[in-house]
Design a protein around this ligand. Structure first.
Ligand code: ADP
Ligand code: MG
Length: 442
């Protein structure tokens, strides 16, 4: 009971605090149930003291709220609850011979699965490649690289792959943030333990390294990473990497590293389109056993466009808030609760910016887009611009029509449908649309 309250409390704090603070101080905590409450276990004294001074009261208040008003004592101490994984790793370290016969799973979070990843046009290819790799590790794409902006599901997918591979007999799977890989390597170098380092990482059937943009600029680690990586590729080990942009765009990643990712093994995740955003919200609400009316899901999806992490944060706030206040989840309620988020989103993209961007892209003038001319070379970009305005702004069809040379709202409606249809049937339209989306969102 208390464990689940602690989980809910963490969920709430994750949405209430800046992510960085949450990741640094609260995510590392483990909770142990004591006679009258919870004892939070911190990895070291530093974290313990900081949490004790800065977060203990907030945690206690939140626990009380989540637990329906039941007071709950909270203490903070240094310690950890051993997990099967850390025990396995500890007992393996320092042994050379039979370690590869043992099952070992490091760092995987079981909550990230394919079954709770919502498919959309924006992630279709990356998802398909991930599934392939999960079913045929070491065979399909190796290494597999998934790249895309923050909050779009890279970490989710890489764990999902691991969670399938781990079901194999005697599977050895490691997930780790690139930072941890670097840290481990630097310390192995310092202590002259590179042999063990290589042996340890080579012993995995699947090695999943998240956020390799962090290798950039660490020249020592790049070299070493490249060697380690090269060695790992010699065997059948599956390697999966993620990066927050296309590796060639990461400054100071060596050419010989980026050239590895060139052909057919890199898949982008794009920001989800409206329908996918709505589907994600509906699915996440259902997972939290909350009924989210369809109109509210669509409304939230229209207003929140940046990434899935923000969508989730917003949804969590709505769910938590409505739970505390016993409020029904309606459009009005969401507008009120998420006012701060909405206003920061609203200012970002205007129809004028869209027109300018589209005109530049197709080498036209903005006045062409708003003109009455109907030649295809102008009509098509105009339709695309209208489609983008519908997706990226909160303007109504009549308002969009007005901005495009006083056109009727039915013209806008037709344009949006047309663009949707063309994107499915004509690859070049789809590519243009995505390129424009990307330009507009950065
Ligand atoms: P990234 O690693 O790309 O920054 P994450 O994988 O951490 O992003 O995703 C952020 C959050 O959004 C996670 O909680 C993840 O589960 C969720 N998420 C992202 N994409 C999807 C999706 N397509 N379906 C369901 N959840 C998603
Ligand atoms: Mg990530």
């Amino acid at each position: 009971m208390l464990e689940s309250i602690w989980k809910q409390c963490l969920d709430y704090l994750e949405s209430a605090l800046p992510l960085k603070q949450f990741d640094t101080w609260l995510r590392p905590l483990q909770a142990e149930v004591t006679a009258d409450g919870l004892c939070l276990l911190a990895p070291n004294e530093y974290v313990r003291d900081w949490v004790d001074q800065h977060y203990r009261e907030q945690i206690r208040d939140t626990l009380e709220k989540v637990g329906g008003g039941q007071p709950c004592s909270v203490t903070v101490a240094v310690g950890s609850i051993p997990s099967p994984e850390t025990e396995a790793r500890d007992s393996n370290s320092g042994q050379d011979d039979d370690s590869t016969d043992r099952r070992l799973v490091v760092g995987l979070q079981s909550k990230f699965r394919f079954s709770n990843f919502i498919e959309g046009k924006s992630n279709q290819l990356a998802l398909a490649a991930s599934r392939q790799v999960a079913e045929n590790p070491g065979k399909a794409y190796n290494p597999l690289l998934i790249y895309g902006a923050v909050g779009l599901g890279k970490t989710h997918l890489i764990h999902a792959i691991g969670n399938v591979i781990r079901r194999r007999p005697r599977a050895r799977v490691a997930y780790l943030p690139a930072m941890d890989f670097v840290r481990d390597m630097v310390s192995s170098l310092r202590h002259n333990r590179m042999d063990q380092f290589n042996q340890y990482y080579r012993s995995f059937d699947a090695l999943l390294v998240d956020d390799i943009q962090f290798f950039a600029g660490k020249s020592k680690s790049q070299e070493e990473f490249f060697h380690a990586f090269d060695a790992l590729l010699q065997g059948d080990h599956q390697i999966v990497l993620t990066c927050d942009r296309y590796p060639r765009d990461v400054d100071h990643l060596p050419e010989r590293l980026t050239s590895r990712f060139a052909s057919g093994i890199s898949y982008a995740i794009e920001p989800p389109e409206l329908e996918t955003r709505a589907a994600i919200l509906t699915a996440k609400a259902a997972a939290a056993r909350v009924e989210l009316p369809e109109d509210v899901a669509l409304y939230l999806a229209q207003r929140l466009k940046s990434n899935v992490r923000d969508l989730e944060g917003a949804l969590r706030r709505v769910i938590m808030g409505s739970g505390f206040q016993g409020q029904e989840i309606t459009i009005d309620y969401c507008t009120e609760t998420l006012q701060d988020l909405f206003s920061s989103h609203d200012h970002s993209i205007t129809i004028e910016v869209i027109q300018k961007t589209v005109a530049d892209y197709f080498r036209l003038r903005v006045s062409d887009l708003t003109s009455k001319r109907r030649s295809r070379a102008i009509a098509r970009p105009r339709q695309i611009a209208m489609g983008l305005a519908r997706e990226l702004t909160n303007r109504s069809f009549p308002e969009i029509g007005a901005s495009f040379g006083d056109r009727d709202h039915t013209t806008v409606l037709y344009a949006c449908r047309q663009v949707e249809k063309l994107r499915k049937s004509d690859n070049s339209v789809d590519t243009d649309y995505r390129n424009l989306l990307r330009r507009l969102r950065t």
